[in-house]
Design a binder for this molecule. Structure first.
Ligand SMILES: O=CC(=O)O
Length: 333
């Protein structure tokens, strides 16, 4: 009894890591796998207190925040209530939910999921593209509805090999997509913030020019103020009537209204979309389109790589609480 009280007391003394929303898919490994003897989690979503009151009550003990996709944004206002916070760690690769400028200003360290999911996301991007071009999901629906027997053959899809692929954002994920599609004998070109030294793929400084010279655009970049709605009607028109867009980045990189309009009017040929502007809401018009493949923001990982994620997140937190270098530090501050 004395021992468990001591143990309980010791846990209470551990620095706290704030979680604002349950970690997506944590059921894959169970919450106890995220445990450590260096910190404990403080779950704001379990409290009956309004968030601001909860944060003010616990602020002296909150030293780090664990954030994920779909969790409330880590804004300057939230950070303002938490003067002791020195680290924001995320289970996501994307950091658009974190006010990075404020983190930099305050010297709060940031660590994301690094390249842990790059292969999974790239596999999924290629899967979406093959599905759109070869009509895999649409053919599946046709067979399941019994239409093969009553209406005959389903229209053939179009060939992947030889397609000109434009990668928007040639980071870890974009590069993994490019490598896979090279193996399908596609030609690759790209747009990125800057030309990559040592990369031989043709580089286009303007995403519109890239689109005009490609059959497919695969969106792999981060969502930032600069990339918000970067893919608009002008870019989609440049991609053209035979063009296909795949998005495994963030919904708001594409102007969704303009994309839907282009699809409705046949100004592009199809889309493979894992991400949307207002998840989990998906524009209703897309539901009726056989040339569009939809998925609920699941490209990111598999149960196999979720275990690596667990190690990375816990490793980053333990490194921070031991004053050691982070495992997947983001930014130069
Ligand atoms: O979308 C998922 C991520 O950014 O990890």
């Amino acid at each position: 009894m004395a021992e468990s009280t001591d143990c309980h007391k010791a846990q209470q003394d551990f620095p706290k890591v704030l979680i604002l929303k349950p970690i997506p898919f944590i059921n894959l490994v169970g919450e106890q796998y995220f445990a450590s003897n260096k910190f404990t989690f403080l779950e704001a979503y379990d409290s009956s207190l309004p968030l601001h009151q909860f944060l003010s009550t616990h602020s002296p003990s909150i030293k780090a925040i664990l954030s994920s996709v779909g969790a409330p944004p880590i804004t300057a206002d939230i950070l303002h209530l938490l003067p002791e916070v020195g680290l924001v760690v995320t289970t996501s690769v994307g950091l658009n939910q974190v006010d990075l400028l404020e983190c930099r200003r305050r010297g709060i360290k940031v660590a994301n999921a690094g390249s842990i999911f790059s292969d999974d996301v790239a596999d999924f991007a290629v899967g979406l593209l093959i599905d759109v071009l070869r009509k895999v999901s649409a053919s599946d629906g046709y067979v399941r509805k019994g239409l093969w027997a009553t209406k005959g053959d389903y229209p053939l899809g179009s060939k992947l090999g030889g397609k000109r692929i434009g990668i928007v954002g040639l980071g870890n994920i974009g590069f993994a997509v490019a490598k896979r599609l090279e193996a399908f004998r596609c030609s690759i070109s790209y747009n990125s913030r800057k030309r990559k030294p040592h990369v031989s793929y043709p580089f286009y400084e303007s995403v519109c020019e890239l689109a005009a010279n490609c059959d497919v655009l695969v969106i792999c970049c981060e969502l930032t103020d600069q990339t918000h709605h970067m893919i608009n009607k002008e870019v989609l028109s440049a991609l053209g009537k035979e063009g296909v867009i795949v998005n495994i980045g963030r919904g708001a990189i594409i102007n969704e209204k303009e994309m839907v309009q282009c699809l409705v009017q046949g100004e592009i040929a199809g889309a493979g979309l894992d991400v949307f502007e207002n998840e989990p809401d998906v524009p209703l018009e897309l539901f009726a389109m056989d040339n569009v493949v939809l998925s609920p923001h699941v490209a990111v990982f598999t149960p196999e790589s979720f275990l690596d994620l667990r190690d990375l997140v816990v490793g980053n937190l333990e490194a921070f609480f031991s004053n050691k270098p982070l495992l997947s530090k983001f930014g130069d501050w």
